[in-house]
Design a protein around this ligand. Structure first.
Ligand code: NAP
Length: 257
C-alpha cells in the first residue's frame, strides 16, 4: 500500500519516520508493508529530509499530481504541508478526488493567545504590511522570504529572519538573518532587545512559540496573519497521533474491500 505524504513541516517528518517508513499494518493479516513517499516542494537548498523515500519538486498542478497518484498507485494522500501552503492543499483535494482516493489533512493548531499578548490579527501578509507603519518603526519579519516583497515600499527598519535569503523587491532598510528554528525564549529576547524591535510580524503557523513569549515579555505588539481556510469535506487531524489513527482506519477499510 502506498501513501503520498506532502511535507515541508516537522509534523510530516515525524509522521514519516515514527509511524510509516517501515511499519506494517497494525492488526492486519496478512500485514502489508507500507510504502511512504514524502514529497517536498524543493524551496530550500538544504532541506531537513524525512526518513524513507523522498521526491522533490512540484507535480505540475492538479493534473500532474493526479497522474502521479495513479502511476504510483497511491491509496491515501496526506497533506501535511505548512498551514499557509494553500495552493498545494487545494491541488491535493482536487487530485485526490480525481484519482478517487481518500485524503487526510494534517494541520497543527494555530497559536493560542495568552494574557499579556498584544496581537493584531490580519487576513493576509498584505494586510500586515498595511498595518505595520501604524505600530512601529523597527520590525521583525518572520513570515518567510516569499512574503518580504509585500513590505517593499515601506519606510522603517526591517529585520527579516528566514531559512533562505529573500530576493528583491525588498524594503530599503533591511537586515537579513538566515536561521532555522527551533528558537529559545532567551534567544528571542536577546534578538528583540539587540535590534530594538517594536513590532513582530508572524503567520499563525502554530509552530515555535518562543518569539511570542519574548514579545509578550517585552510588550512588543504582534501582527498575526490568519491562516487560509481549511478545505471543506476533508478529514483534518491536528496531531500526528490523530493522523495515524485516521490513516489506519482508511487503510483498514481499503484492505477489507
Ligand atoms: P504553495 O504556494 O501552496 O504551493 C505552490 C506550488 O509548489 C504547488 O502548486 C506545487 O507545485 C509546489 N509544492 C508545494 N508544496 C509541495 C510539496 N510538499 N511537494 C511537491 N510540490 C509542492 O506552497 P508554498 O507556500 O510555496 O510552500 C512550499 C513548501 O514549503 C510546502 O511544502 C510547505 O509545507 C513548505 N513551507 C511553507 C511555508 C509557508 O509559509 N508557505 C512555511 C514553511 C514551510 P505544482 O503545482 O507544480 O505541483
Amino acid at each position: 500500500m502506498t501513501i503520498l505524504l506532502l511535507g515541508g513541516t516537522a509534523e510530516a517528518r515525524e509522521l514519516a519516520s515514527r509511524e510509516l517508513a517501515s511499519r506494517e499494518l497494525a492488526g492486519g493479516e496478512p500485514a502489508s508493508p507500507l510504502r511512504v513517499i514524502s514529497s517536498l516542494a524543493g524551496r530550500t537548498s538544504a532541506p531537513l529530509l524525512p526518513a524513507g523515500e523522498v521526491r522533490v519538486g512540484g507535480f505540475g498542478g492538479v493534473e500532474g499530481l493526479t497522474r502521479f497518484l495513479r502511476t504510483a498507485e497511491v491509496e491515501v494522500l496526506i497533506d501535511a504541508t505548512h498551514p499557509f501552503a494553500a495552493t498545494m492543499t487545494s491541488h491535493a483535494v482536487a487530485a485526490a478526488e480525481a484519482a478517487g482516493i481518500p485524503m487526510i489533512v494534517l494541520r497543527r493548531p494555530g497559536f493560542a493567545q495568552r494574557a499579556g499578548d498584544v496581537w493584531h490579527r490580519v487576513g493576509s501578509v498584505a494586510g500586515a504590511a498595511g498595518l505595520v507603519p501604524q505600530l512601529g518603526r523597527r520590525i521583525l519579519l518572520t513570515t518567510g522570504r516569499q512574503s518580504i516583497a509585500e513590505f517593499a515600499g515601506l519606510d522603517g527598519w526591517f529585520l527579516s529572519r528566514s531559512v533562505e535569503a529573500p530576493e528583491p523587491p525588498m524594503p530599503q532598510q533591511l537586515e537579513v538573518v538566515l536561521e532555522r528554528g527551533p528558537f529559545t525564549v532567551p534567544g528571542e529576547l536577546a534578538l528583540l532587545r539587540r535590534h530594538r524591535i517594536d513590532v513582530l510580524v508572524t503567520k499563525d503557523s502554530g509552530g515555535g512559540t518562543a518569539k511570542l513569549a519574548a514579545a509578550r515579555e517585552l510588550g512588543v505588539p504582534v501582527v498575526m496573519v490568519d491562516r487560509p481556510p481549511l478545505p471543506e469535506g476533508v478529514p483534518v487531524a491536528t496531531s500526528v497521533d490523530a493522523a495515524v489513527e485516521l490513516l489506519h482506519g482508511m487503510l483498514g477499510r481499503r484492505r477489507d474491500r
